[in-house]
Design a protein around this ligand. Structure first.
Ligand code: SAH
Ligand code: SF4
Ligand code: F3S
Length: 469
């Protein structure tokens, strides 16, 4: 009897930029390449194949790709001179948007593939192993990659991502996502539930459902019909040992009443929501094609706080979209003041080729965009600091994720997504522990584990305090 040899052991290094969906996709690329003998490498230097999973959202994001490619070219050439081969692949949203430019500017790249083609990766790797020259795959295939990807096999750890929705049909004036990720697609509920159970079996205690417009999810239900996100969350909350649920990124237009109500009904649904608003000016929201007004956003925030008083809100803002006046900018600052955010991301408008805003009249001067961004960021920083400081002295549940930075420390996550650390051991990973928050740093909290002493009152957010005052 002959035993066929195992495939040769090869090393794969994947680097991800951009959103959490890219992080999830990188894991799936590793899954799909594992049967070919690829195991993870810690650095590009150790790898036989390097995948750069790219982001196209702002100009700087794609610049990073070309500078990284320059560095890898040297490495690839050195390996080839030593008689080794290194496959260099570019995946993600820059690959989708600028596939031809990549092969023209960097002909040493072997493989260019868009986000909808990852299930075809093994076949493409086989093709380049046979041939020379680069392979490009940036069509939107007719089949759905999720139907062709194998079950996820790479354990993600205590906190895990699960993509349930991809693509976007909203076409905001400034955004490349509808062009790089294609039109909206929702995975079926059964597939999502099965994957969630698998993640939990692999050790996940917190799952973040992902999608470019995750709250627009409308997947096929287990016995036909269409489910919405609130229904799916209720079902996922039934999985034993799944202690926490989150979902991101949401659009205000899809924040329906059932989903808002779910925040009051599902204890596992964490009191933190990232809900980008982009601007506080109705005129700008219209120019951006966002499809809602600023007051609608304020109203959603109020309704969420009514059902879940300790909910912390997060958002994205763009400073200096074409046509934005000083009055529009002031309206954004006003909305930030009114709503109050625990965390937020803000960006200077970046012109993206092919989007309507790129060719719009009245582009805002660079210096003006800078000033507005600084003002937005200063206010958001103040709110984030106030939120974190107000946590000190409170008691909350912490999910331990692993070892802290220093010896004898554990790292974990608060219900409000803040990274926390305290005295303890990495062996506690996966446990939910009750802890008192003892100090707030800029981007993290220090906690002290509570022993058997009576637990303190439930934590309150600064908003709640303000309302109570
Ligand atoms: N789907 C999400 C956001 C996806 S992109 C939503 O609808 O809100 C993440 C963030 O990048 C956006 O919220 C926006 O604030 C920012 N962004 C997108 N395109 C941009 C551009 N051209 N310039 C600056 N910021 C941009
Ligand atoms: Fe981009 Fe708008 Fe779609 Fe979000 S909703 S991904 S900002 S087009
Ligand atoms: Fe970037 Fe694509 Fe995500 S452009 S933000 S990687 S969807």
């Amino acid at each position: 009897m002959t035993i066929s040899p195992a495939p040769p052991r090869k090393r794969l290094f994947i680097r991800s930029w951009g959103c959490q969906m890219n992080v999830y996709d990188s894991g799936r690329m590793a899954d799909v390449l594992a049967p070919l003998g690829y195991a993870p490498a810690d650095t590009a230097e150790d790898a036989d194949m390097v995948v750069l999973n790219t982001c196209h959202i702002r100009e700087k994001a794609s610049e990073k790709l070309f500078s990284e490619l320059g560095r890898l070219r040297v490495l690839k050439q050195a390996k080839e001179q030593g008689g080794e081969r290194m496959i260099l692949a570019v995946a993600g949203c820059v690959a989708q948007a600028e596939g031809a430019e990549i092969t023209a500017r960097a002909p040493y790249v072997d493989l260019v593939l868009g986000p909808q083609s990852y299930h075809r990766l093994p076949e493409m790797v086989a093709r380049i192993s046979r041939a020379t020259g680069s392979v490009i795959e940036t069509d939107f295939p007719t089949e759905q990659k999720f139907d062709f990807l194998p079950d996820s096999t790479t354990p993600q750890g205590v906190t895990a991502f699960l993509t349930i929705q991809e693509g976007c049909d909203k076409f905001c004036s400034f955004c490349v996502v509808p062009y790089t990720r294609g039109s909206e697609y929702s995975r079926a509920a059964t597939a999502v539930i099965a994957e969630a159970k698998r993640l939990v079996a692999q050790g996940a205690r917190e799952i973040a459902l992902l999608g470019q417009n995750v709250n627009a999810w409308h997947g096929e239900g287990p016995s036909g019909g269409t489910w919405t996100l609130s229904r799916l969350l209720l079902e996922l909350a039934e999985i034993p040992d799944l202690a926490r649920l989150r979902y991101t990124t949401s659009h205000p237009r899809d924040m329906d009443d059932a989903l808002i109500a779910a925040h009051g009904q599902i204890p596992q649904l964490m009191p933190f929501l990232h809900l980008p608003v982009q601007s506080g000016s109705d005129r700008m929201l219209q120019a951006m094609n966002r499809g809602h007004k600023a007051d609608a956003y304020r109203h959603i925030a109020e309704k969420l706080r009514a059902v879940r008083p300790d909910i912390a809100l997060s958002s994205d803002f763009i400073a200096g979209h074409p046509g934005e006046t000083e009055a529009d900018h002031q309206a954004t600052l006003k909305l930030i003041e009114d709503v109050g955010f625990a965390l937020a991301y803000s960006f200077k408008y970046s012109s993206r080729p092919g989007t309507p805003a790129a060719t719009a009249q009245m582009q805002v001067a660079e210096a003006e965009k800078d000033r507005r961004l600084q003002e937005i960021q200063a206010l958001l920083r103040e709110q984030q600091d106030a939120f974190n400081s107000a946590c000190v002295g409170r008691s909350c549940e912490v999910l331990v994720t692993g070892a802290g930075r220093d010896e004898g420390q554990f790292a974990g996550r608060s219900p409000w997504l803040q990274p926390v650390h305290g005295l303890g051991s990495a062996g506690m990973a996966g446990q939910m522990v009750q802890a008192t928050i003892t100090a707030a740093l800029r981007n993290s909290l220090t906690v002290r584990l509570e022993g058997n002493e009576a637990l303190g009152p439930p934590p309150q957010t600064p908003r709640q305090e303000k309302a109570a005052a």
